[in-house]
Design a protein around this ligand. Sequence first.
Ligand code: MN
Ligand code: MN
Length: 468
Amino acid sequence: MKKAEIKRISEKLISKPKLVWDAIDKREKKKVFDFDKEYQNFLNKAKTEREAVNVISDIALKNSFSLNPSGTYPIRMMKTFQGKSIALSISGEKPINEGINLIVSHLDSPRLDLKQNPLYEEVDLAFMKTHYYGGIKKFQWLTRPLAIHGKVIRSDGSSLDIVVGEDDSDPVFTVADILPHLAKKVQTDKKVSDAFVGEKLNLMVGSLPFGDKDTKDRFKLAILNLLNERFGLVEEDLISAELEVVPAGIARDVGWDRGLTGAYGQDDRSCVFTSLKAIIDIKNPQKTALVLFVDKEEVGSDGATGAKSRFLESVLADLMIANGKEPLYHEIHKILMNSRALSADVNGALDPDFQDLHEKRNAARLGYGICLTKFTGAGGKYGSNDANAEYVGWLRNLFNEKKIVWQTGELGKVDEGGGGTVAKFLALYGMQIIDCGPPVLSMHSPFEIAHKGDIYMTYRGYRAFLES
Ligand code: MN
Ligand code: MN
């Protein structure tokens, strides 16, 4: 057999993932960078689930989504819930009972939450107690500038939004760590899981006293006095508050060539932004397009604003009413059973320094495009939604046809660990669903890394899906 013939057969038969940078031309490479600028801007403005809902609804309103859409087609509807979850939809040309195209991502990211009685003083310094939220490596949150974002409800019922630590003129906060010289017994000689203790993640918030040396608790009092002067707060107000401690600072280009984005919260706000852009950019979809942004994924999707809630059913009921149909329970379920969905979430990219933790043939790689993760789970696919072959087949053909650069991934080697996301909760409705999003490095850290080419292909993939 001739060499050329062997090459032809090899190209025809062997599956080979493509690097985004090899697959796109100069014009599209420029688009990748332009898109990423907007993405970084979004990340900077949406560092908590509440902020993300605000930013998304502002953008949606500017793009003629409405809380009370009128009867003109296509109906562009927006619905928010408790300030922590939001849905955007565009009615399709086909009847809604033929099913919808749904993308679900999550707005929350791992962080430190302030406790309800946070403030205390110790050795003439003021601190606030925290309780970490989601799966963090605790040591990554020490000795770095941190900001406080969140909401406080005062005794008169008025609400206050706080962001401190982001403006260049703001102070920041930090969690101190023991110097290496004294760390031997408490950290260095211990297992990492024992060396860093949640109850020691105390936020340093002050160092100047109030009153004279006879004043009781004068370092704590100094902070309370400051909070009162600046925000009109008293200590009890902190009980009715949700104050989140996140890494201070903005998203940055990473590398000499600026090909990567480094930022806090790319799990999962990379999928939030790309699915938001996708629904904004589609015009008249065949099927009803629905993009859902939920909260609480990092702590198991529980609660009124998580993926396990009935928010989706409520959105569908509103959609049916907007379409002039009676929102009967069994009709809503029929729609859901006829629907296709993407669980839009990041996957862990093949780590260059820990390649042994991945099985390379099946690991997602930075730069190889949007990643399809057929199953998640751990220890024998336990706790996984395992997407149907029929659905994977349909989706890969769609991506190929639309020239979306895509790859597949799994979360680490068999028996190495694992994880899961919202897919399994939505699969309970009977819809076809698969995890689909960009790979990231340093996931759940204060500075997660994504490839700009992957972020762009994720947007293109979501858009192609909503247009299908
Ligand atoms: Mn996630
Ligand atoms: Mn996560």
